[in-house]
Every structure is written in structure tokens, then in C-alpha cells.
Design a protein around this ligand. Structure first.
Ligand code: ADP
Length: 461
């Protein structure tokens, strides 16, 4: 049995220490989820829906406390953390309604005395592994559709941010959702991954995290042919066309890029700007970036918090240094405020210009408040740069022309497209990526599908 120390990334201070579970304890929890499945599945969709609505109400009642908890363990500014609580609840609201719309169908028969029908049933026990960047929303985005579908649910939160998940699950129980229908485990990550993927009762793995861990889990899932949804890395391009409204492009770029200190999988990682407007755009962007205040997310006027930990900071620094050594300039930022002894890591919002095509930042996910700018002449050149990535999660572009916009949205190989829009996520819309950004979608009508099995009944009269 080990211990997880949860620390405040803004100060390095340990805010909570939690005991981790052993292999036997984790397995016992999965067994309990299996035992709880038949009775949870047997509830009517209306009863499951009512319990989800009660859970959402509990979260709303505790919004402020949850927001502060997110800021304490994740570091994001409180306003963003409160926004995350609202966003997390919106998944529960949406799937409480979708529970009632899990329809089957009947199929015209080819033989007079037969009746053919299709029903949808819950897939079984769902095991989730979530990341630290949205500790509330990444949990509810999985738990809400799973529970709505009639599955029981067990989640391993990231060791950096387990407190929000624990609190959300306590509230779910207080709202009346049976204890074994929604559970968490805190234990060594590879061990939990191994148990989740090998336990026969688990029928579905849903993961949000790095592409490397996603690939590992997928290979492990093969052993027992488990269904898997993977929300993995991203490397979002922003194309700013010659006719873009520059004020809108700058405003939306700032929101998309510097939110959560750039630690989101849909965070823009490359700005691809038409050469005729590059100077104007860069100047306007730099002016706005200079206004961003970096600091402890509990302080009212802070808009960029710390990065999560040393590992994250080292990766960001490596990419900045690599780009600078290959000829890039820091148009703004480039610095940091770090105290290794205390354990906090703040990175200045940074914009890099004259970035070489072979700089690491052009292909590797940064997960920090840094963005490189490159330029283009022809639209097809911008599309080629944008699509030259292993990833395919989110992309953004700015243009006032419907022709340019339609051409871009049809030719960019990304699962999510923001057209003059930097805030693309919504509980009622499908979120997910192409290529190595993952498989499956979360949110929207699509988001409950992964938790359902299709059963076809051929009845002879
Ligand atoms: P990051 O590097 O951003 O933390 P990870 O993909 O490592 O991204 O982490 C996302 C989630 O995956 C976390 O909950 C983490 O504990 C978990 N995780 C990391 N390694 C493994 C593993 N080998 N098996 C299962 N889960 C893992």
C-alpha cells in the first residue's frame, strides 16, 4: 500500500495525502461493480435519469467548493475551475435526458412468420482512466453516459488531481446512486490499467490521456477483446486566412491557447498565418498576450496558472529551447518562474516567430502556454502544414469567406473544427479525434453509443 501526496501546483504545498489500494482491493472493487450491474441495469431509464438529475443538483449546490478544489489541485484560475464545474454538470444534464432516448428498432421481415427486432442494452462494467487537466469534466463526460446507459462505472483519476473525482463520487452517492454503481480507485496506474484491461467483467475501457498510454491500454484490451474509447493527444493548428477578422482571430486564439495554461488536448499548437497579415496579426496577438497575468489561480485577476508539474515544465522548456536554437524568436514571453524546492512551475505566455519547420514544437504536443507562428501563401499549403501531423483532434481557422471556410472544413483531417471559434466543446456535441488522437466520440448523441451493445432478436411465430 502506498500513499499519494496531492499538491497545489501554484505553491508546491501538499494539500492532502491519500492511501492507495492494493491489487486485491482494486480487483474487489471491480467485482463489486460487476455485482451491482444487474440491479442498476434493471432500473428503468426514467429512474436512472432521476438519479442523474439529483446528482447534477448536488454538484450545483457545491459548485463553489468544487471549483476551489479544482483550482487547488490543478492550478487553473478559479473562474475557469467554476466554468469546468458547469461544463462537467452539463454532461450529466444531457445524458440524464439521453437515457430516455435509447431506442431500438424493428426490421421488415423477409419471411412471413418472422419478426425481427433490435434492442440496445448496457455493455456492462465500464472502467475509466482520467487525466489531471479537467478533473471534473473528464470524469462526468464518461460517468454520465455510462450510468445513463445502465452500466456500472469505476474510475481511476490521475494521481495529481484525485480529490475532485472523490468529491464528485461522494455527491453521486448522496444523490442516491448506489455505492457500487459508481466508484473510484486510487492505486498504481500501470497496475490499475492491467487489472481493468484483464478483468473479465470489464467490458469497456474509456481513457483520456497521452497517446503512449492509450496505445498501451489498447494493446492490453486486445487480450479480452474489450471495447475502448480513446481520447488521446492533439496538436491543433489554427489557420488565419488573409481575409480573417484579426480582432476575432486574436481574441479566440487567446481563449483557446492560454486556457488552463495551454494544458488541454484541443489547445492550439501551431498558428499558420497568411503572410500578408502575419505582421499585423502577430502584433495584435502579442499585445493581448502581454495583458495576461500569470499567478496563483485563487487570485482574482490571474488568467494563467502554473503548469502541473516538473515533467510538464521540462517538456515545455525543451520545446522552447529547441525552437530558439533553430532560429526562432520569442515575440513575447520565453521566461518562467520556478522554484524546484517548493515545487511550483509557472511559464510565461509565449509566442514564437520564425520557427523552423523541424522544431520539435511543430510536431510534439506542448501542453503549455506557448505557440509558434509560421506563415503561408496558398490555402493548400496551409492545409498541408495543418494535416502534417500524427494527431487529428481539433483544428481552428479564421476566415470571413464561406468558400474558404467550407474548403478548409472539408479538407482538414480533424475530428473537431472551430470556424472563427476558439471554444468548441459542448456536452451536446461529439468530441473526439482522428488518427492517433484516438477513437470514438464523447458527448452528443454519439457519446452514449460506446456504452451500448446491440442485440438482434429473430423471432419465428
Ligand atoms: P500525462 O503524462 O499527461 O499525465 P498520462 O497518459 O500519463 O498523461 O496520464 C493519464 C492517465 O493515465 C492518468 O490517470 C495516469 O495515472 C494514467 N496512466 C499512466 N500510465 C498508465 C498505465 N501504464 N496504465 C494505465 N493508466 C496509466
Amino acid at each position: 500500500m502506498g500513499v499519494v501526496h496531492v499538491s497545489n501546483p501554484a505553491t508546491g504545498e501538499i494539500i492532502h495525502s491519500l492511501q492507495t489500494s492494493t491489487k486485491e482491493e482494486v480487483t474487489a472493487k471491480v467485482d463489486k461493480a460487476q455485482l451491482a450491474f444487474p440491479s442498476w441495469k434493471a432500473l428503468t431509464a426514467y429512474d436512472r435519469s432521476k438519479l442523474l438529475i439529483a446528482w447534477a443538483a448536488m454538484i450545483r449546490e457545491n459548485r463553489q467548493e468544487l471549483g476551489e478544489l479544482i483550482t487547488l489541485e490543478n492550478g487553473k484560475p478559479l473562474a475557469e475551475a467554476l466554468g469546468e464545474v458547469d461544463y462537467a454538470v452539463s454532461y450529466i444534464d444531457w445524458y440524464a435526458e439521453e437515457a430516455k432516448r435509447i431506442y431500438g428498432r424493428t426490421i421488415p421481415t423477409h419471411v412471413p412468420n418472422k419478426r425481427l427486432s433490435v434492442t440496445r442494452q448496457p455493455i456492462g462494467v465500464v472502467a475509466a482512466i482520467t487525466p489531471w487537466n479537467f478533473p471534473a469534466a473528464m470524469m462526468t463526460r464518461k460517468a454520465a453516459p455510462a450510468l445513463a446507459a445502465g452500466c456500472t462505472f469505476i474510475v481511476k483519476p490521475a494521481e495529481e488531481t484525485p480529490l475532485t473525482t472523490i468529491r464528485l463520487i461522494e455527491l453521486a452517492h448522496r444523490a442516491g446512486i448506489p455505492e457500487d454503481a459508481v466508484q473510484y480507485v486510487l492505486a498504481d496506474a500501470p497496475m490499475v490499467g492491467e487489472i481493468f484491461t484483464s478483468h473479465k467483467a470489464v467490458r469497456k475501457i474509456t481513457f483520456t490521456g497521452s497517446t503512449a498510454v492509450g496505445k498501451l491500454l489498447l494493446s492490453q484490451c486486445a487480450q479480452t477483446v474489450k471495447h475502448a474509447t480513446m481520447e488521446l493527444g492533439g496538436h491543433a493548428p489554427i489557420i488565419v486566412a488573409e481575409d480573417a477578422n484579426i480582432a476575432v482571430a486574436v481574441e479566440q486564439t487567446i481563449i483557446a491557447k492560454y486556457r488552463n495554461a495551454g494544458q488541454t488536448c484541443v489547445s492550439p499548437n501551431r498558428l499558420i498565418v497568411h503572410e500578408n497579415i502575419a505582421a499585423t496579426f502577430t502584433e495584435a496577438l502579442v499585445a493581448k498576450v502581454k495583458e495576461l497575468k500569470v499567478g496563483n489561480g485563487m487570485e482574482a485577476d490571474v488568467s494563467v496558472g502554473p503548469v502541473i508539474n516538473r515533467k510538464g515544465f521540462d517538456k515545455i522548456q525543451d520545446q522552447i529551447q529547441d525552437a530558439l536554437s533553430k532560429g526562432a524568436d520569442a515575440a513575447v514571453g520565453g521566461g518562467h518562474n520556478v522554484d524546484e524546492e517548493q515545487g511550483f512551475y509557472f511559464v510565461e505566455p509565449t509566442v514564437l516567430t520564425n520557427v523552423s519547420a523541424d522544431a520539435k514544437i511543430m510536431t510534439e504536443e506542448t501542453f503549455g502556454p506557448v505557440i509558434p507562428i509560421v506563415t503561408f501563401k496558398e490555402l493548400d499549403e496551409a492545409i498541408a502544414i495543418a494535416n502534417d501531423s500524427l494527431y487529428g483532434l481539433a483544428t481552428y481557422f479564421f476566415t470571413e469567406s464561406y468558400k474558404t471556410g467550407t474548403y478548409l472544413s472539408e479538407n482538414l483531417d480533424y475530428g473537431i473544427v472551430g470556424w472563427n471559434d476558439g471554444i468548441i466543446s459542448a456536452a451536446h456535441a461529439p468530441f473526439g479525434g482522428m488518427k492517433e488522437s484516438g477513437m470514438g466520440r464523447e458527448g452528443g448523441t454519439e457519446g452514449i453509443e460506446p456504452y451500448l451493445e446491440t442485440k438482434y432478436v429473430s423471432m419465428s411465430l
